[in-house]
Structure formats: structure tokens, C-alpha cells
Design a protein around this ligand. Structure first.
Ligand code: PGA
Length: 257
């Protein structure tokens, strides 16, 4: 499948880190290091309370604003939740859906992932859908089964023409925040599998255009090797996205690819 047509995408997932002042500083530092043009797409997925101050820092730059979750309803009695349209109206471009931490700690299911994806797309957001197996699942040889199921259910009733607004992040749960990166071969293997599943659900050309990220302890040192794999089009970066020089190295590795 043709890699040349896929623009690499590096997204930082700041998780529940960075108070407003730190967030603004980090965004400013990133912008200064990266400059305003990069050969890859860059997204900063920040806590809800940082969205406006980060937006101000990255205005006019190549960094797109991202959030880490949204609710599936347009409005209503959902205390503590944020609707996709609320994110869109303050300039959010991307939202992460189905992160394993949401699945693990907040009762996210394949069904709620699908509902959130639909709501985000309807609000005009682009979506980074996370999939990935746990260590036990990998050890029981269930990786393909789990990832295939998560993917098919997340994409249920998503139309062909909406797929251009979707990025898939393969994040093996055992590699997140643990320092245990999947080897480039392991990561490529599952990313190629994901492309194959999407080709089956839709069609080959659509799958060839789909961008697939790897996430899980990606850092300034291992990024180049991971990003050189034919089916890995970017990264979803947690820990290393909190350090501007490290994140910048990853962006450079993706840009050089
Ligand atoms: P990590 O997190 O880079 O710290 O492993 C990645 C993620 O959870 O998206």
C-alpha cells in the first residue's frame, strides 16, 4: 500500500498533567522549537481546562488543538461531561476516543467508544481512536482478536466518507507509561493487521489512505525506528510529549520519514 500519500501525524497526549501556566509554557516552547511549518501534522491533546490557554499559544502555528475525550450526547443531564460540539466551538480539531485508561478506569466500552466517535464526527472533529491489547491478551494470543473487535465496533456505522477524519492509534496497554515499547516489528505487525481489517470493513484504497499511529512509550530515541515501519504513520505520545525537546525530536523523526 502506498505510504507516500499519508501525512504523518504526531499527537501529544498530555493526560491529566500541566496546570495552565505550565501548559502555556510547554505549548510556547514546542512552537519555538518546531517553528510554524513541519512536514508532519502535530496535535496537542490537552486537559479541558488548558484548552483555551494552549489555543492562544498555538494560534497560527502548525500545532492543532486536541482534547482527550468527549461525550456522545449533544447536551443534557450528564454531570461532569463535555459535548463534542462544546469542544468544536472553542477551536478543538482532534479528540482522542477510547484510550485504554478510559477503558480501564472509567468504564469505556466498545459501544460507548462508537457512540463518542459518531458524536465527535457529527460535531466536525477529527478522531483518534485508540485500540490495543493487554499483556494477558497478548500472552494468550488474543491480540488480533481483541484489536479486530475493538476496531470493528468503534467503526460500526461509520460511513466511508467519514473515514478521512479518523486516525487509529495502536497502543498496546502493556507498553503505555511502562517504558516497555513494542518492538518495531511487533508494532508494525499489528498496524498492518489494522490496515487489513479496515480494508475488509471498507475497501483497499480507503485503508491505504488511513493513518495509523503507534503509542506506548514512544520517545526521542525509539521514534525513528518505529516511524520507519511501512504501516506506522505517526505516534500518540504520552510521557515524552510533556518535554518539549523530546517531543520535537519525535516530530523531526516523523518529518524526516
Ligand atoms: P506513553 O503514553 O507514551 O506515556 O506510554 C501513551 C499514551 O497513553 O497515549
Amino acid at each position: 500500500m502506498d505510504r507516500l500519500n499519508r501525512m504523518p501525524i504526531i499527537a501529544g497526549n498530555w493526560k491529566m498533567n500541566m496546570k495552565r501556566e505550565q501548559a502555556a509554557e510547554l505549548a510556547k516552547a514546542l512552537r519555538e522549537l518546531m517553528g510554524d511549518t513541519t512536514a508532519c501534522e502535530v496535535v496537542a491533546c490537552v486537559p479541558f481546562t488548558d484548552l483555551d490557554c494552549v489555543a492562544a499559544e498555538i494560534k497560527g502555528s502548525n500545532i492543532a488543538l486536541g482534547a482527550q475525550n468527549c461525550h456522545w450526547a449533544e447536551s443534557g443531564a450528564f454531570t461532569g461531561e463535555i459535548a463534542a460540539s462544546m469542544l468544536a466551538e472553542i477551536g478543538v480539531k482532534y479528540v482522542i476516543i477510547g484510550h485504554s485508561e478510559r477503558r480501564q478506569y472509567f468504564g469505556e466500552t466498545d459501544e460507548t467508544v462508537n457512540a463518542r466517535v459518531k458524536a465527535a464526527l457529527a460535531a466536525g472533529l477529527k478522531v483518534i481512536i485508540c485500540v490495543g491489547e493487554t499483556l494477558e491478551e497478548r500472552e494468550e494470543d488474543l491480540t488480533y482478536e481483541v484489536v479486530g473487535r475493538q476496531l470493528a465496533e468503534a467503526l460500526d456505522q461509520i460511513e466511508d466518507d467519514q473515514m478521512a477524519n479518523i486516525v487509529i492509534a495502536y497502543e498496546p496497554v502493556w507498553a503505555i507509561g511502562t517504558g516497555k515499547t513494542a518492538t518495531a516489528e511487533q508494532a508494525e505487525d499489528v498496524c498492518a493487521f489494522i490496515r487489513g481489517v479496515v480494508a475488509g470493513l471498507y475497501y483497499v484504497e480507503l485503508a491505504a489512505a488511513l493513518r495509523i499511529q503507534y503509542g506506548g512509550s514512544m520517545n526521542a530515541k525509539n521514534a525513528a525506528e518505529l516511524l520507519s515501519q511501512p504501516d506506522i504513520d505517526g505516534g500518540l505520545i504520552g510521557g515524552a510529549s510533556l518535554k518539549a525537546p523530546d517531543f520535537n525530536e519525535i516530530v523531526k523523526a516523523a518529518s524526516a520519514d
